[in-house]
Design a protein around this ligand. Structure first.
Ligand code: NAD
Length: 252
């Protein structure tokens, strides 16, 4: 195990965020789990992490989350931007408030969180920013205009942070997973099954894994393992990159 660090992880009450909190705690880091869902408290406590409840669509909430980590642990070394939501609708019918909420949570919050954490990372001359993007940061699918725009934007933010952080020991990288078995995807499977009059297994095989070379969903722990690597001392030469964990989706 490397040097113990202070990590702030967002979107931690389930799915990928929960797996990341578990992994970073197991590695001996001090972790602040941030989520607007109170269920995140139980998840955090079970893993040995602290919890801060915040709706990250607000700028003050983002700054308060970093301030809470600093109050508890003195600084922030690792930031994992993971909180995310989905809304599926055609561009023609997409509600403006849904568009803004997705951009606020999935693009503006990562920016404000890294802005607030930056001085502490620079001061320590060591920082790791890991942004959970998506295969939908590389390619599009119909009906997901806001999500895809936010995720593509997150890649641009990641590259900019990499350039600005280079002289201060701060790295920034993005992860681009295809479908991971989480509550977010379970609800999409159920919706699509209803919409197309299909069995759930058929939705997984025919829709979600249509472009995948490896025909299975990804486990959250597989994503967490790559987060842990990118957050480690050993990954100090890796910055500005996007890591596909996409079952071969973008290989074609
Ligand atoms: P999830 O729904 O299990 O977790 C999302 C978390 O974000 C939840 O804990 C939720 O409470 C939290 N959250 C939602 N709105 C929030 C808000 N306003 N403020 C604070 N927290 C909020 O989903 P997941 O699948 O684990 O997704 C995590 C990330 O991974 C997202 O950014 C998602 O886009 C990305 N991702 C997921 C998949 C997948 O297939 N599951 C694939 C690629 C990328």
């Amino acid at each position: 195990p490397g040097t113990p660090r202070v990590a702030l992880v967002t979107g931690t009450s389930s799915g990928i965020g929960e797996a990341v909190v578990n992994m970073l705690c197991q590695q001996g880091h001090q972790v602040l789990a941030v989520d607007f869902n109170e269920a995140g408290k139980t998840v955090a406590e079970a893993a040995g992490a602290a919890f801060f409840q915040a709706d990250l669509t607000g700028g003050d909430a983002c700054r308060a989350a970093v301030a809470d980590a600093v109050k508890r642990f003195g600084h922030v070394d690792i930031l994992v931007n993971n909180a995310g939501i989905q809304h599926v609708e055609s561009i023609e019918a997409f509600a403006e408030d849904k568009w803004r909420r997705i951009l606020d949570l999935m693009l503006t919050a990562p920016f404000l969180l890294m802005q607030a954490a930056w001085p502490y990372m620079r001061e320590g001359q060591w920082g790791r920013i890991v942004n959970i993007a998506s295969v939908h940061a590389q390619v599009a699918s119909p009906g997901k205009a806001a999500y895809i725009s936010a995720k593509h934007g997150l890649i641009g933010l990641t590259k900019t942070a990499a350039l600005e952080g280079g002289e201060s020991g701060i790295t920034a990288n993005a992860l681009c997973p295809a479908y991971v078995r989480t509550p977010l995807v379970d609800s999409q499977i159920a919706d699509q099954a209803r919409m197309h009059g299909m069995e759930e297994q058929e939705v997984i095989e025919k829709i979600m894994l249509k472009n995948a070379a490896i025909k299975r969903l990804i486990d959250p722990s597989e994503v967490a393992a790559l987060v842990a690597y990118l957050a480690s001392d050993q990954a100090g030469a890796v910055t500005g990159s996007s890591w596909n964990i996409d079952l071969g989706w973008t290989a074609q």
